[in-house]
Ligand binder design. Structure first.
Ligand code: IPM
Ligand code: MN
Length: 358
């Protein structure tokens, strides 16, 4: 039988992106060696440098090439010398839209050894996933500006929600809830956004009835309160693009910060999907060796899981989680090495305070 192999497109990107992606690759390589599959990494030098040099954030030819890989691993995009929105819209959002990655799956999990800013919260108390709609809403880009710069200037940013777009992400979320505790919470703002809210609510009710998941509902503002007061009430949250963006930063904060927040941009029906840490490019710490690679490593775990390499994904997650207690004492690379060693050997790394501590 031919050995299993996958081609992974890598967009390491800007700031700390390349540093954390290097460690995620190591962990995935170690898993491949242990579980018997190969990974063929193809680097794409997209990001701030490419845009500054060529004015192109994502050339069409590169996009076409990326359609052919099995999965994409992305570090981070954005740098202070590039105007806001250029790389976000031109690269990251373009990939999400063009590849139709309509699910943004963001686990919110407090791992042992990580402390939450919430008082009296233990690791088991926060374990939920947010399913964020990833191709519609205000992100769709409908809108414009008239009379720019003058006193009559007006700007619109229109939120686009379609029945098909809402239904497909709700179906994914319902299936995810069935794999877990079976509880699905729709988060929206139906008391104000009555048009889009009505569409989400009616569609969610129908999907829940059809799939047999228990559906409840929280307004987006109340959901923020509950995430802090009572995060254990959530199992799977499904929500629109913008609410999901905001809620998952709050989720990352209550689960101990962006250092462990991973995400998957999925199209469950077609290849390739894209995996990235929730954090940004953090230009202030780029090159210092202080970036936490765990969010990128956990994103690689989601990638392996999506490719069907379940055992490898679990081993990478376990390796990252085992390295978390005391992680702040290690450099990006030292932590990545410890994780890769744990993944390769099946054991967990022991904190030695040895010469790899910084
Ligand atoms: C995220 C980021 C992006 C978003 C930005 C960089 C466009 O904040 O992935 O959460 O708003 O979706
Ligand atoms: Mn965000």
């Amino acid at each position: 039988m031919a050995p299993r192999g996958y081609t992974v497109g890598v967009i390491a990107g800007d700031g700390i992106g390349p540093e954390v992606v290097a460690e995620a690759r190591k962990a995935a390589e170690a898993a491949g060696a242990r579980f018997g599959f190969g990974l063929d990494w193809v680097d794409y030098d997209l990001g701030a440098d490419r845009w500054l040099a060529t004015g192109d954030a994502l050339p069409d030819a590169v996009l076409e090439e990326l359609r052919g890989v099995d999965a994409i691993l992305l570090g981070a995009v954005g740098r202070p010398d590039v105007p806001p929105g250029v790389l976000e819209r031109g690269l990251l959002l373009r990939l999400r839209f063009e590849l139709d990655l309509y699910v943004n799956l963001r686990p919110v999990k407090l791992y042992p050894g990580v402390s939450s800013p919430l008082a009296d919260v233990k690791s088991d108390d926060i374990d939920l996933v947010v399913v964020r709609e990833n191709t519609e809403g205000v992100y769709a880009g409908a809108g414009g500006t008239v009379h720019r710069g003058g006193p009559a200037e007006a700007a619109t940013e229109t939120s686009i929600e379609t029945r098909a777009g809402v239904e497909r992400v709700l179906r994914y979320a319902a299936a995810k809830a069935k794999e877990r505790a079976g509880r699905l919470t729709l988060v929206h703002k139906t008391n104000v956004l009555v048009h889009a809210g009505g569409l989400w609510q009616r569609t969610a009710t129908a999907v829940a009835a059809e799939t047999g998941v228990a559906l409840d509902y929280a307004h987006a503002d109340a959901a923020c309160l509950y995430l802090v007061n009572d995060p254990g009430r959530f199992d799977v949250i499904v929500t629109d693009n913008l609410f999901g963006d905001i809620l998952t930063d709050l989720g990352a904060a209550v689960a101990g910060g962006l250092g462990t927040a991973a995400s998957a941009n999925l199209n469950p029906q077609s290849s390739p999907s894209l995996f990235e840490p929730v954090h940004g490019s953090a230009p202030d710490i780029a090159g210092t060796g202080r970036a936490n690679p765990v969010a990128a490593v956990l994103s690689a775990s989601l990638l392996l899981d999506h490719l069907g390499e379940r055992e490898a994904a679990a081993a990478v997650e376990a390796g990252a989680v085992a390295a978390l207690p005391g992680a702040a004492g290690y450099s990006t690379q030292a932590l990545g090495d410890r994780i890769a060693t744990a993944v390769a050997g099946g054991g967990s790394p022991h904190r030695s305070g040895g010469d790899d501590a910084v």
